[in-house]
Design a protein around this ligand. Structure first.
Ligand code: BTN
Length: 324
């Protein structure tokens, strides 16, 4: 986003109880008063309620419901996550843009948001339905100083951050279905897609994609997922503003990520197991052409799902279908 606009938003945010004169804004931003006026008109177009009073100046009295780079920036409490933020009305996939920007060298924490994706990507080559303004379709560039085989830990960390951010805003507790789907009862509300560019022993970058169904009614979901998917609106009966959700997710993610880089995976593992779906319950496992019943115990340091078979043997699963 335009840096002058960022600074303008910061100034207005800090002074939202009082008016700031056009002169003061123009001096602080080193732009003309006409340029200040033009920026205010742009903010109005984005849905901000701008009060412009002669001889007093400008004040923002209301924020838009729409998602935009400005609405996410306004009130974002992070050090680096989302400080560089791109918002598009429609894209094929925010993952594609994430890769392009990462290859151009954009920094860790750069976020790409879209109102709509025409070819949203899910895990295992699946499509991710990403209709207009109904959810959060977001990718973030990461450059973690960890070895490539530890990348799954970052996906698990993201699932924990998502679950916690959603719970703290909505007051309903999601579960994380291994490896990283966000569930309410037996329905999926959000998913994570991690795409990595790496050398033998070094991650060049990760494009971390997060898709959250937020304001869909049942009929907004494609027929083939109506029995298995849900949205925050379906779970709570409330239409949610997207920007505060994005802010909460970025802030929670940043805290967990810094903690992980400083202190390792132990705290994430504990939190993951706190949210883990069906932990302690018997499930049906299909793995390596075998089918058996087992109890889910938790996750391993390397992100594997730990199960205990009926004969008491414990196993770590890296790729398996789990049925309940
Ligand atoms: C899954 O299959 O559970 C992962 C879904 C990930 C979807 C998100 S939406 C934003 C980003 N852009 C994409 O094309 N996919 C991810």
């Amino acid at each position: 986003m335009n840096t002058t606009r960022n600074q303008l938003i910061e100034l207005l945010k800090r002074n939202n109880q009082t008016f700031i004169s056009g002169q003061e804004l123009s001096e602080k931003l080193s732009i003309s008063r006409t340029a200040v006026w033009k920026h205010m008109k742009e903010l109005e177009k984005e849905g901000y309620q701008v009060q412009a009073v002669p001889r007093k100046g400008y004040r923002i009295s209301g924020q838009p419901v729409k998602l935009s780079a400005s609405t996410v920036k306004w009130g974002l409490r992070t050090k680096w996550a989302g400080k560089q933020l791109f918002h598009y009305p429609v894209v094929e996939s925010t993952q594609i843009i994430g890769h392009q920007l990462a290859q151009k060298g954009l920094e860790e924490g750069t976020v790409i948001l879209a109102d709509e994706q025409t070819a949203g990507k899910g895990r295992m080559g699946r499509r991710w339905h990403s209709a207009k303004t109904e959810g959060i379709w977001m990718s973030m560039i990461l450059r973690p100083p960890v070895v490539p085989h530890k990348a799954p830990q970052i996906t698990l960390l993201t699932a924990v951050a998502l679950a916690e951010a959603i719970e703290s805003l909505t007051n309903i507790r999601p579960a994380i279905k291994w490896p990283n789907d966000i569930f309410f009862q037996n329905r999926k509300a959000a998913g994570i897609l991690t795409e990595m560019q790496a050398e033998q022993d070094e991650i060049q970058y990760i494009v971390l994609g997060v898709g959250i169904n937020v304001n869909q009614s049942l009929s907004d979901l494609p027929e083939d997922i109506q029995q298995t998917a849900t949205s925050l609106k379906l779970e709570t009966g409330i239409e949610w503003e997207l920007a505060p959700l994005v802010q909460q997710i970025l802030a929670t993610f940043e805290t967990y990520y810094e903690n992980y880089l400083g202190n390792g995976f132990a705290a994430i593992k504990e939190k993951w197991e706190h949210y883990g779906y069906k932990i302690g319950e018997q499930v049906h496992v299909s793995a390596s052409k075998q089918k058996y019943q087992a109890e889910i115990i938790g996750i391993a340091e390397d992100g594997a799902l730990r199960v205990r078979k009926l004969d008491g043997c414990e196993e770590n699963l890296y790729s398996a279908e789990i049925h309940w």
